[in-house]
Ligand binder design. Structure first.
Ligand SMILES: Nc1ncnc2c1ncn2[C@@H]1O[C@H](COP(=O)(O)OP(=O)(O)O)[C@@H](O)[C@H]1O
Ligand SMILES: [Mg+2]
Length: 184
């Protein structure tokens, strides 16, 4: 089973992989995989971020990772890959997200861009465009520790990715925060 572990930067994707690795799960960093396989199509100079060739990366993953073993593919582009069978989207309230991104020592402009993306559900919308809703799980990490988030993912896996109300999509709405944006 190929599982996308996605979310706006700062939602805690990388942090939660530590627990998943300890538990023996296989984690693939998509940015590292893209670099290794020449899937970096260029650099977005204004954002200082890499442009990944999603189509090529999708082909490489299909070729190299069988569906009969559970593998988590971590990165904020993971949901863009059609070869993913399940998608876990980590979410975080904009105020808490700002704190987490400040911890990463990001520039304020980049922090604000990502907060805006989280407020308007960009990753979830992109995920819904490419995957069936029943295969998408949302976890609100705002008031959860990294360990708690790990336990949520563990629960989803243990229940064989059966759709459940707890992690069903569409319950999270940070849209009111758009009004608070200058203050957050
Ligand atoms: N559940 C959480 N609670 C509090 N802080 C967290 C949590 N998850 C991650 N963090 C912290 O937030 C920052 C961003 O986390 P990180 O895992 O790098 O996010 P991502 O990989 O999604 O960009 C890090 O400093 C991390 O320690
Ligand atoms: Mg990360």
């Amino acid at each position: 089973m190929r599982v996308a572990l996605t979310g706006t930067p700062g939602t805690g994707k990388t942090a939660v992989t530590t627990g998943l690795k300890k538990q023996g799960y296989t984690i693939v960093s998509l940015h590292r995989l893209a670099q290794k396989n020449n899937c970096v199509a260029g650099i977005d100079k204004t954002r200082n971020s890499q442009l990944i060739d999603i189509h090529k990366l999708n082909i490489i993953i299909k070729k190299n990772f069988a569906t009969d073993t559970l593998v988590f593919f971590e990165g904020h582009i993971a949901h863009l890959l059609s070869c993913m069978e399940k998608v876990i989207v980590l979410r975080c309230h904009p105020k808490e997200l700002k704190k987490r991104l400040l911890k990463k020592r990001w520039r304020m402009k980049k922090i604000m861009e990502n907060i805006e993306a989280e407020i308007i559900d960009i990753i979830l919308c992109e995920a819904v465009q490419r995957h069936s809703s029943k295969n998408i799980f949302e976890i609100d990490t705002t008031e959860k520790s990294v360990e708690d988030v790990f336990l949520c993912i563990y629960e989803i896996v243990e229940k064989n990715f059966r759709p459940t109300k707890t992690y069903s999509i569409g319950k999270i709405d940070w849209s009111e925060e758009i009004l608070n944006k200058p203050r957050i």
